[in-house]
Write a protein that binds this ligand. Structure first.
Ligand code: CU
Length: 549
């Protein structure tokens, strides 16, 4: 049901009659007018436009790193053996006040350590992290967006079933759960978010999302200052515990009522889109940069919205200098001079922008994709909406970073050509369809007690993914990465040729064929649509990975 995020502590929760109307679902009757302030990229159906906010008034916030906990004796829950070199973290989910924009009132959010995005967890290849999440969410939340249960999914992570945030493994207020992340390496660019059964969309919208970065000997924490011969020396380095020149950009759309409080429609099973564009939790921020190379990690943390990004210098489109990674991993080779790219919910792209040629200028990151509903984007608009203003300093600075011609070589026996030549015997088809007002996979609604596929460990499979009704679904498979073999029978675009853990299926994007394999663990995992309202409306299925015979 529709809800608004009035901060309970601010005591502004008096508007019961309006709240009742919203709960009764009458809101849409009242709000078909007032389109004047509608952004050109669309907003949720049935809501008046969010209040106007001046773009680029607030700075881009940068999430800080989670700090390891000093605890020496740890009894893990659930009980299991913890590697002796594991680093221990403690993170709380709790309610807090958050500023989405300095012209809006503070809003009640739910965040990891009370922050949205939450603290970035940092890992080093070969050193496991044991992360204890404690649920301190309020039992009686007056705002009404979300439910105080948690299941934490480290998206893109290689982790045992009990550490995967399986949707039914949720835990309640004042309960803790430990998650063991082994961090074998290479899967460098992850994020973690709530994955509780039926309530993921609201809990993520309320703020439960954060980043998880793995570093290893090549893509190292020392980054551009790493002198070892294997180091990639991509832009980025540590400075006093903060990361410089390696910058996350988490994109989330939000909708606000006329007083500036967050609203959400729990009946929006087709996918909720808002008309305000937050980057790292702030609406249309500016970011001061030096005239040098930066690494940006684009994360689509929106519930249902897709974005198509371009860079603009005045009215001229300028290319991203390099695309270096998609989803979890770095590409084998960087793609140079890329004019733009599109990301759907939970997809990630890493790009390098060299601001040295823009010294003293203002460069804009622009979203050109209009979307007014969860079905799919409406199309490209010109000029689009500026989401971030980069204010480039004038004075030249040193830039020891580089973008080497080879980033992450794909092992010869894992290349799609080699795997296909060796023969792939198992094929599966998954159709992503609407069914009776809910969302189904192969005609079935998610049932936690039904196993929908039993892949055998280490055995390659080809999956045909199709969708009907003109809908687009970003399909996410847990535990593993895959290669896209084809899109509509053709080779995918170059930005889709690297390792992926999400792929958009259907609508204008067509059918997709992927090459997939599950290794390392056996047991039960989910795969699902990452339009999180579709996921909650049961567009999800169970895998049970079988041991090798
Ligand atoms: Cu979907």
């Amino acid at each position: 049901m529709p809800s608004r995020a009035t901060p309970p502590r601010a005591g502004i929760f008096k508007d019961f009659s309006r709240r009742w109307m919203l709960r009764a679902g009458v809101a849409s009757l009242a709000t078909s007018s007032g389109l004047a302030g509608l952004t050109r990229l669309g907003r949720a159906d049935g809501f008046a436009p969010s209040p106007p906010t001046t773009p680029f008034l607030d700075a881009l916030p940068l999430p800080s790193f989670a700090q390891p906990s000093a605890a020496t004796t740890i009894t893990p829950s659930p009980a299991r053996r913890i590697p002796s070199n594991a680093v221990f973290y403690e993170i709380e989910t709790r309610e807090a006040l958050h500023s989405f924009h300095s012209q809006l009132p503070l809003n009640s959010i739910w965040g990891y350590n009370g922050l949205t995005p939450g603290p970035t967890i940092r890992a080093k290849a070969g050193i496991p992290n044991l992360v204890r999440f404690t649920n301190h969410l309020p039992q009686n939340d007056p705002v009404g967006i979300g439910s105080p249960i948690n299941a934490i999914h480290r998206h893109g992570g290689f982790q045992a079933p009990e550490d995967d945030g399986y949707p039914a493994d949720f835990f309640s207020t004042e309960v803790s759960r430990d998650y063991l992340y082994l961090n074998p390496g290479e899967d460098g660019n992850l994020w973690y978010h709530d994955h509780s059964l039926d309530i993921t969309a609201e809990n993520v919208y309320r703020g439960l999302a954060a980043l998880y970065w793995n570093f290893d000997a090549r893509d190292s924490l020392e980054g551009e200052l790493d002198l070892s011969p294997d180091a990639l020396r991509l832009p980025g380095r540590m400075d006093n515990g903060s990361r410089l020149y390696d910058i996350p950009l988490v994109f989330q759309d939000r909708q606000f009522d006329k007083q500036g409080f967050l609203i959400y429609d729990s009946f929006a099973h087709n996918g909720f889109v808002g008309d305000k564009f937050c980057v790292n939790g702030v609406i249309q921020p500016y970011f001061d940069v030096q005239p040098r190379k930066y690494r940006f990690r684009f994360v689509n943390g929106s519930n249902a919205r897709q974005y198509e990004f371009v860079l603009r210098d005045g009215t001229t489109d300028v290319p991203f200098d390099y695309i270096i990674g998609t989803d979890d991993r770095l590409l084998e080779h960087p793609l140079a001079n890329v004019s733009g790219f599109r990301i759907a919910s939970s997809e990630r792209v890493q790009a390098v922008i060299d601001f040295s040629k823009y010294a003293g200028k203002e460069i804009y990151l622009v979203n050109r994709l209009e979307q007014v509903e969860g079905r799919k984007p409406k199309g490209i608009v010109d000029p689009g909406v500026q989401l971030v203003k980069f204010r480039v300093a004038k004075r030249k600075v040193d830039d020891p970073s580089q973008v080497p011609p080879t980033l992450r070589p794909v092992p010869p026996d894992e290349r799609p050509e080699a795997v296909l030549a060796a023969g792939v015997r198992v094929r599966r088809t998954f159709e992503w369809n609407r069914q009776g007002g809910a969302w189904a996979v192969n005609g079935q609604l998610y049932d936690e007690n039904r196993i929908d596929a039993k892949p055998v460990q280490d055995q390659y499979e080809i999956w045909d993914l199709k969708a009907g009704g003109g809908w687009e679904h970003p399909v996410h498979v847990h535990l593993t990465n895959f290669f896209i073999l084809s899109r509509n029978g053709k080779k995918p675009a170059s930005v889709e040729q690297g390792w992926k853990d999400v792929v958009v299926v259907g609508g204008d994007r067509g059918d997709v064929q992927i090459l997939i394999k599950f290794s390392g663990f056996t047991g039960k995992y989910v795969f699902h649509c990452h339009t999180v309202e579709h996921e909650d409306a049961r567009m999800m299925a169970n895998l049970e990975i079988q041991p090798k015979r």
